[in-house]
Design a protein around this ligand. Structure first.
Ligand code: DAH
Length: 358
């Protein structure tokens, strides 16, 4: 037996009952919500598409037209009340949470993190700089620092560059408006050290240098390390000894070293230094030659020489009493050789995938 359809009067009164019930209940329900999400969920249960008040609203069609208006107004009034109640509770809840946050014990920044942080990596240039500095420190050299914006004198003139030397041209150096320049090499540190200190001295100077160069194998900013030693009776043999030691410690025991005569204005004699190619080195220590060493088995790593007597004199050191050697190397080149990096640009791209390999 089917149920009797509700009479309009019952619909009317049951609707009014439901409305009254909801009016009683909605605020305590909102107030009981512990979080903003719980509050929003509760609101949706009443005002949402399938919400309780929405259901009542849908039932309005069955109310006799005479009563519809009055009930409809009640429903709408309750809807407004619920909406306002929700907004009020939301504000109160946020204020309460904020207050709880403020009165909670202070956040302890010194606590260890819960998530393991991924550590960064040192750049290969930093790694080789540290390595080269460590090798020279063990040999008794100390670090001497100096500025990257330099007087022309310290960068060129006192090092014996003739006034019309091409390196002093606008193309090769970055000049400031005040007539200074970004140092083009770390050899300026020789001058600074020798002008300010009396021999004996043994220093190394790592740092950034700048030239107007930018192509596949050159970058306008790169890094060098200069090393120099001044004392009585210093000879080319001392220089060679230091170079052999350096090559062994950086590139492994038995790494061959050779000096080729070359010209730099601040040394006499001057030389370029090659070491056995690291790219085609065989397990028995021989080199079979490769495209990177142009099939010679040797690769150039630095410039060096005996400090020119004129340079010593320019810095107030008597060349009859003292002599010294100096050498300068490009760190990018050393890093490329040390790690087998084929392209200098990789070191300036700032790609974390590159740095992460070291
Ligand atoms: N300053 C030179 C350059 O930048 C490198 C160099 C060569 C440094 C010979 C020296 C040296 O101390 O003796 O190319």
């Amino acid at each position: 037996m089917g149920a009797e359809p509700d009479s309009p009067a019952t619909i009317d009164s049951s609707m009014a009952g439901a409305l009254a019930q909801l009016r009683e209940a909605f605020l305590p329900r909102f107030q009981a919500a512990p979080t903003e999400q719980a509050l929003r969920d509760e609101n949706a249960k009443i005002l949402g598409k399938k919400g309780e008040l929405t259901a009542i609203l849908k039932g309005l069609g069955q109310v006799p037209p005479a009563e519809r208006k009055a009930i409809g107004e009640k429903v709408n009034a309750l809807k407004n009340e619920v909406e306002q109640g929700f907004e009020r509770c939301l504000r109160d809840l946020r204020a309460k949470l904020r207050q709880a946050e403020l009165s909670a014990p202070a956040f302890d920044l010194t606590l260890p993190g819960r998530m393991p942080a991924t550590l960064g990596h040192k750049h290969p240039i930093s790694l080789v700089r540290e390595e080269v500095v460590a090798v020279f420190r063990q040999l008794g050299f100390a670090v001497f620092d100096g500025p990257e914006v330099e007087h022309e004198e310290n960068n060129f003139t006192l090092l014996g560059f003739p006034p019309d030397h091409p390196a002093t041209d606008m193309q090769d150096s970055f000049w400031t408006e005040s007539g200074h320049l970004l140092r083009t090499h770390t050899s300026n540190i020789q001058i600074r050290a020798m002008k300010s200190l009396k021999p004996p001295m043994a220093f190394l100077a790592p740092g950034a240098v700048y030239r107007r160069d930018d192509d596949a194998t050159h970058s306008p900013m790169f890094h060098q390390i200069e090393a120099f030693l001044v004392d009585r009776n210093v000879t080319l043999a001392h220089l060679k000894g230091v170079l052999a030691e350096f090559a062994e410690r950086m590139y492994g025991p038995g790494t061959p070293v050779r000096l080729r005569p070359s010209y730099f204005p601040f040394v006499e004699p001057g030389a370029e230094v090659d070491i056995g190619c690291v790219f085609c080195k065989q397990s028995d220590g021989t080199r079979k030659g490769c495209s990177l060493c142009k099939h010679t088995g040797f690769i150039e790593v630095l410039g060096c020489g005996m400090i020119h007597p004129v340079v010593l004199r320019n810095c107030g050191i008597d060349p009859d009493e003292f002599s010294g050697f100096a050498l300068g190397m490009g760190l990018e080149r050393i890093a490329m050789l040390r790690y087998g990096i084929p392209n200098i640009k990789l070191m300036f791209d700032n790609d974390p995938r590159f740095v992460a390999q070291f």
